[in-house]
Design a protein around this ligand. Structure first.
Ligand code: NZQ
Ligand code: ZN
Length: 392
């Protein structure tokens, strides 16, 4: 285990009705707020009205940026940053899922950047020195963006989807009310749940080095929580306990606690972001398709015990099985969970994806890491292309 500093500045209000504290929190940061949201789900569930009434109570001057896309675009971020500069915005408020929150994070940084294209920051041509404060109201349990400093933005013209992580880019305050997720579709619930699991898997669970027993056990508890409650939320969308467990699991999977000090490979995220960049698919669904095929590809005598352990602890695979056989059964159980229990389609071809861009995608996925994705096992561009083909 490496030395580490654990610091997470996000203040969380968790539970039903906590929005009533929004007015007293947001006015700490100033009087002019940019409200950022997506394609309209917050209006359908009445949350928009609740938020506006809180902002009125705080006597804020409200500007709006609606229409943030799933897989948020850099052009939308630029639009938001321009409003912030033109209107001297003091604070941002994201109301929505990971895409809305990520766009808001990027706007918070771009608003303080002298240039007019946030893509300079995402591509590290310029560095984030300062950001505007921002709060979030989460409506979809998935990305952990409500309690982390990560942010992923897409440039559709160049087929790039890139993330950056800045510890100071965490939300200042996040409101997590599970009732706001009652309206999330079964498809987005399934994809979001797969994303939560992928954060635990990808950040450190599937790693040969720097393991710490306490953290591995806690990672498994978060994973088991998703395995238990995602099917309940799909069957009974208004089940408060199920939605609450998924919501808090989403935040804990990626807020640093479960993996600070361990190795972070994020190999599957690197591969998935290329799928989203080229085909604009739902992030968690892409991960669900990739992860079992990736595990089969990297299965060897070193990785087998850890893959088997996942099967034993999450899905009741027989622990007396020999490691390789146990690992194979663990992968089957994981596939069954994603594709039968959660009902996600299992192949890239089901999403209209063929092998046309696989070579470029594999090169781009490895490009950021010097040509090789280091992780559970190291993957070359050829390996990544082979894994995409296994998913077809
Ligand atoms: O746009 P609206 O109308 O709000 O509809 C959204 C969208 O269509 C809908 N939705 C959200 N809350 C809802 C709801 N529908 C009904 N009721 C509600 N309460 O769901 C759809 C998907 O929303 P989106 O925000 O795109 O989903 P998600 O939260 O999964 O975010 C995905 C984005 O986050 C990035 C992904 O790559 C992707 O771009 N990630 C961000 C991370 C981070 N910041 O740390 C880490 C992740 O690994 C991930 O890469
Ligand atoms: Zn993810």
């Amino acid at each position: 285990m490496k030395n580490f500093v654990f610091h997470n500045k996000t203040k969380i209000y968790f539970g039903k009705g906590q929005i009533e504290n929004l007015h007293s929190e947001i006015c700490r940061f100033g009087k002019r707020v940019l409200l950022v949201y997506g394609g309209g789900s917050i209006k359908k569930i009445g949350l928009y009205d609740e938020v506006i009434s809180q902002l009125k109570k705080a006597e804020m001057t409200v500007f709006e940026l609606p229409g943030v896309e799933p897989n948020p675009r850099h052009t939308t971020v630029n639009k938001g940053a321009k409003i912030c500069k033109d209107e001297h915005i003091d604070v941002l408020l994201a109301v929505g899922g990971g895409s809305t929150i990520d766009a808001t994070k990027a706007i918070a940084a771009a608003a303080k950047y002298d240039g007019d294209d946030c893509w300079d920051l995402i591509k590290r041509k310029a560095f984030v020195k300062e950001t505007l404060p921002f709060c979030t109201v989460l409506t979809l349990s998935a990305t952990g963006s409500e309690m982390d400093g990560g942010c992923v933005i897409s440039n559709i013209e160049s087929n790039e989807k890139l993330g950056y992580f800045a510890p100071d880019n965490n939300p200042d305050v996040s409101f997590l009310d599970p009732t706001y997720t009652f309206s999330v579709s079964s498809y987005q619930t399934a994809s979001g749940s797969a994303d939560i699991m992928a954060h635990v898997f990808d950040m450190s669970y599937f790693s040969l080095e720097n393991r710490m027993d306490m953290l591995v056990r806690m990672q498994e508890e978060v994973l088991k929580t998703v395995v238990k409650y995602a099917p309940v939320a799909i069957e009974k969308p208004n089940d408060y306990d199920a939605r609450a467990n998924l919501m808090w699991a989403s935040s804990w999977a990626l807020n640093g606690f479960l993996y600070d000090g361990l190795s972070h490979a994020t190999v599957c995220h690197a591969m998935e972001h290329e799928l989203s960049a080229f085909y604009d698919i739902t992030h968690g669904h892409g991960l669900a398709i990739l992860i079992p095929r990736w595990l089969s590809y990297v299965l060897d005598e070193k990785t087998a015990p850890i893959i088997k352990r996942m099967g034993v602890n999450l899905f009741g695979v027989d622990e007396n099985l020999e490691n390789t056989e146990g690992a194979k059964q663990a992968i089957k159980a994981l596939e069954n969970f994603y594709f039968v229990t959660l009902g996600l389609k299992s192949r890239l071809s089901d999403l209209g994806i063929d092998d046309k861009h696989f070579k470029t995608m594999a090169k781009q996925a490895c490009g950021w890491r010097g040509g090789v994705l280091n992780g559970f096992t190291d993957l070359t561009t050829q390996d990544v292309e082979n894994i995409y083909r296994l998913c077809l």
